[in-house]
Design a protein around this ligand. Sequence first.
Ligand code: SF4
Ligand code: SF4
Length: 330
Amino acid sequence: MSEPLNPRRPRRNTWQPKPEISSLLRVSGNPINGVGEGTPRRPSPFFWHPPDQHPWGELQIVARQNSRKCPGSAEAFQAASSYPELNAVSATRNDAPAETLTEEVRRFALSNEADDIGIAPMDPLYVFDGYAIDHPLVIVLALAHNYERLREVPSDETNGVGVCDVGDQYAKGTRSSYTLANWIRAQGYQADPYPGPSAGALVLIPPAIAAGLGELGKHGSLINPRFGAGVRLAGVTTDMPLIPTSPRRFGADDFCSTCQVCTQACPPGAITPKKQMVRGVERWYVDFDKCIPYFAEAASCGICIAECPWTRPAVRPKLLATMARRLGEG
Ligand code: SF4
Ligand code: SF4
């Protein structure tokens, strides 16, 4: 058997959670996420919502503490949770046509740290249960990882390069979503930002897929055609009249049906090889009860997104070409 890629990565199925972590797993997270449910429903607020509001709150606190022990991580995540002021909505409205406003939003976002942008009509299923969002549109911003830094994951006290890149992308998401919301407000429209890593009212991957920013990978993360799985997301909801962007199928979902890179690389073996029914949708699903304990011990892990072939800059163009051919033949 070949050696692990870096000394911080245990081989698959050789890792067991520490007793102090196991003792925090009092209920399964999979039913909370809706695994096995055939009827669509809103997601339940869970991990990364306030820790006193869900049954995995203590583990979430440990996960955060372990992440912050890594060199540079506390500063990176501090920047991600430093929220700029939100300005009042201007009384004067920019009445340009939707085409013009859409192009202006796009240009503004891309020149203010976003690496990609998509727009989706709001769907009630994008809003966590118990929350409300009135705006008719979701703008999703993609923030691309630095692959050379991301591939250093997982992080620990000796090496924080990977988790710092996670924090840096979330910090970009905070700044870019707030800056865009303020720009839209200055045009006389409502806009609210929803950056990560803490969760708020809005789920981000489903509107990102609807807006053409990517497809869902077997590892449960978005695969973007330009950046692979090395992206973080931030949202802005708005009532500005904008033209939604279309979903884009480029072959990631098809490729996942035969690829096993992430299933083999995941130390706790959390990535299930077959799609499952989750809240009325048959989709890829990561076993929450297996992933999160390792994620908590290993400073936010990230191995699956770093190892995904779509994330590797040297491989992605060939994959895109191969899958374009296959989709064309199909
Ligand atoms: S590693 Fe392979 S199976 Fe996993 S998400 Fe990426 S392409 Fe899909
Ligand atoms: S983030 Fe979760 S699913 Fe991905 S490799 Fe780590 S433990 Fe596995």
